[in-house]
Write a protein that binds this ligand. Structure first.
Ligand SMILES: CC(C)(COP(=O)(O)OP(=O)(O)OC[C@H]1O[C@@H](n2cnc3c(N)ncnc32)[C@H](O)[C@@H]1OP(=O)(O)O)[C@@H](O)C(=O)NCCC(=O)NCCS
Length: 282
């Protein structure tokens, strides 16, 4: 065991950790880390546990486990200060959080990481996670004109169709919920988020996010026939306008990009965000 590894203590994060943690986060992704924007919320959230790794009384790493409900858990916020990397700190945080999951008798646990985060892929293998699917972030701007969407108050039919699309398109029957991927269940579908298109030919679930300070829609889930793709996506852009959103983003299954291209659905922006979803089951 290295000298650093033997000194690492993993413990729940406290408000007093905020300053030192934010200081080392300055070096993560050139200061562009989202963690400071969710830190206070995570600190006080009883549906999750935020931990820090401490060496000689100084926080030098973070990680969080979130309870998504229904026995599903998610890992996020894994960070290690630049000067302490490659010495097993992240591994120790990850194993600690997995113990929390085991003690809670959770059904499944997952996480999302960028294609290029080599250390995290190594960690996933070392802690017996399986790669389940890959998604690519695509963005469109809102467009003017009339659309054919209607709000759906009753989510039962939509749940089945959305889950079945997500199953047959490699997403394990899951949808995006704020960068996590829980299973699609009726309880998870907020009635105000479900929209049907052209008399139930297609459905979508819309969430909201901010991008460059602008409010945008998030395609959390969808189910649509290939022949309808072009018209459906055009109408989605029009729906964004009606909802006063500047555009929308979607984590498209990687395996679906070719289908979109063949259907002439061109995203206006392909972000450098190819993400890999890992899962582990009890
Ligand atoms: C990713 C990060 C958390 C890893 O922290 P770390 O403490 O350096 O990781 P560890 O030392 O515990 O190593 C974890 C595994 O990755 C491997 N590894 C570490 N650094 C590596 C590197 N640069 N390249 C390849 N593999 C690497 C280790 O060998 C280990 O694998 P093993 O368990 O099979 O031995 C850290 O680099 C970091 O904070 N990066 C910036 C933020 C980030 O990308 N977070 C992840 C978001 S999902």
């Amino acid at each position: 065991m290295s000298s650093v590894e033997s000194k690492i203590l993993i413990r729940p994060a406290r408000p007093g950790d905020t300053g030192p943690v934010f200081a080392f986060l300055q070096e993560v992704w050139e200061g562009g880390d989202y963690l400071p924007s969710v830190w206070s919320e995570w600190l006080g959230d009883p549906q999750g546990q935020l931990v820090v790794a401490e060496v000689n009384g100084e926080p030098i790493g973070t990680g969080r486990i979130a309870d998504l409900g229904g026995g599903e858990f998610w890992l996020e916020g894994l960070r290690v200060a630049a000067g302490y990397r490659g010495r097993g700190v992240a591994g120790k945080i990850q194993r600690h959080l997995l113990k929390v999951w085991e003690n809670a008798r959770g059904k499944s646990i997952g996480f999302l990481t960028h294609r290029d985060h080599t250390a995290v892929h190594a960690l996933a293998r070392a802690t017996q996670f399986t790669e389940r699917f890959r998604v690519q972030m695509l963005r469109w701007e809102a467009a003017g004109g009339a659309h054919d969407f209607q709000r759906r108050e009753d989510g039962a039919k939509a749940t089945k169709r959305l889950a079945s699309w997500a199953e047959s398109h490699g997403l394990d029957g899951r949808m995006e919920a704020d960068w996590t991927y829980p299973e699609i269940t009726p309880e998870r579908l907020q009635p105000q988020a479900v929209w049907c298109w052209r008399d139930e030919r297609a459905f979508t679930v819309l969430d909201h996010d901010e991008w460059d300070g602008q409010a945008i829609a998030v395609l959390a889930g969808l189910c649509v026939e290939t022949e309808d793709l072009a018209a459906f996506f055009m109408d989605l852009r029009r729906l964004c306008s009606m909802l006063d959103l500047t555009g929308m983003r979607w984590f498209a299954p990687l395996s679906f990009l070719r289908v979109l291209q063949d259907a002439n659905v061109d995203p206006q922006t392909v972000e450098d965000l190819e993400m890999v979803a890992y899962l582990k089951f009890r």
